[in-house]
Design a protein around this ligand. Sequence first.
Ligand code: ADP
Ligand code: MG
Length: 636
Amino acid sequence: MNKKQKNLLLRIIIAAIFFVPLYLISEDIVHVSVPKWVVLILFLIPYLLVGYDILRKAFLGIKNGQVFDENFLMTVATVGAIALGEYGEGVAVMLLYQVGELFQSYAVGKSRRNISDLMDIRPDYANLETEDGTERVDPDEVEIGSVIVVKPGEKIPLDGVVIEGTSALNTSALTGESKPREVAVDDEVLSGSINTTGVLRIRTTTEFDESTASKILDLVENAASRKSKSENFISKFARYYTPVVCYAALALAVLPPLFCMITGVGMEHYASVGRLWGDWVLRACTFLVISCPCAVVISIPLSFFAGLGGAGREGILVKGSNYLETLSQVKTVAFDKTGTITKGNFAVTAVHHSPLDEKELLEYTALAEAHSSHPISASLRTAHGRRLDESRVTDVQELSGHGVIAKVDGRLVAVGNEKLMEKLGADYHPCSHTGTIIHIAMDGEYCGHIVISDELKEGSGEAMQELRKAGVRKTVMLTGDAESVAKKVAGEVGISEYRAGLLPADKVTAVEELLRECSGNDRLAFVGDGINDAPVLSRADIGIAMGALGSDAAIEAADVVLMDDDPRKISKAIRISRKCLAIVKQNIVLALAVKFICLILAALGIANMWIAIIADVGVMIVAVLNAIRCLFVKKL
Ligand code: ADP
Ligand code: MG
């Protein structure tokens, strides 16, 4: 609890201690004869003590022309009750309302803290190596290429490459993965992970603003500002609802007694005209208390907040509550193949060459691929295995879905699939090996091909089953790879449909076709690794990027970012969103139903203010507790 909350708690306790004996006396349960005005003054002590801030806010609201809010409702209702001699009820309403407020601010604060705890990746300092030892500086001041030292227990402040030392890193705040990651010299490390065992010397590769930790924090901080439809609805609703309720209460206070007086109907129930008016004004006050929309207004954003937090804890970053809403309606999931369903670590399984020897072929290939970020490129460079002299490479062009063309030693080297060869008019030989075939041509002359093959990710098969269990009706694989490879992969993981040989633009068309097939409220998600599929990620109803740590394009283009490579997180994200939306609905229905019942009871004169406020605070507490369930997700 913070200071403000503790303060409020104290005020509530003291006011309650005052209130209880007073109430017993005023209701004649304990017989003490005190004049009525003394009772009033005594009641005003707990009333003002517990409610002065509400009164003040209501007053300021009126002064600033923003009259109708909860503070106003509460002020009018309690002042009305006290003016009518119902001191006990007036004070009790204020007291209980504040109990509700305290509870709510505690719960919101708690779930907010939960998100930032979980995102406890903001580095405070960096140990920068200088000529005379190390110096503790702000991570903001460290330039690219500097050397920093990270001791065990410290957070890695900037992305970089290890140049000395080995250690295990705890990346759970980034990925939700609790297994430590072993790193050694030449391994890349990401800011936000915690160094657990050894001292590391790291050469930084980014500035602070561009580092993984900053990017993720930006994303999380902006998430709460992207409102879901239900949240927008509620804020619009509150804008009209409160004034409407106030006028309705006014009508309730004035019209029935006027009617009685004019027609004389029902007058016999009241001892005097004063009683008649007092009775209806009190009913109007009760009506105001009942109509206070606190439970609904607070529980919806809180549920989404908790949902975002619960997902974040699992390494699933959802960029806003609106995406949580869309995610819950996903019925079709389209996948990219490389890097999404498969590992994207290709192993070279065969090299077929003609004019060049194998070593030369691999070397030219690796050089041409030197600047590509495609998984195929990384694998080809690994297969070559030696240091590359990048100054030999110029004029690099990457043709997405085809391959790369570059000048190496002044010769035009093309590395890519059959489509690329056809485009260049190189006379390639088809290959019957299963696997992805990468053809190489130099100055338009065909030089052979390299067969590479990829492995499925461990969770891929299970991920498809989980998706089906989560209610996804259709899974489709869209790939730029060859038909034979696509067919094999789709069969192995159990994907119902696949389309092969697609260029990035064709993937957009394919997704558009699939979107047309979706009916009604069904939504389509596209899952990719962010490499050359940014257009599709943004075209789908919801774009999910996986393995996004380190891939900037994915973090930008996607709506949901899975921080590690595990495809099982897709169904988990869907389940979290469904749970969150279900909780939102439960809360709305609960709150409205209770309000509605109270309103009827009040109109019939059965419910008094006590019942009304207890119902309101009760509903709010239940709604808040329910919302907090969103934070907890069942482990797979
Ligand atoms: P996927 O849909 O499986 O992710 P991409 O659209 O990224 O595939 O690529 C489709 C095909 O284009 C690859 O299978 C490969 O044949 C070729 N290709 C793309 N980029 C490269 C590259 N850098 N080097 C060689 N071939 C490439
Ligand atoms: Mg791809």
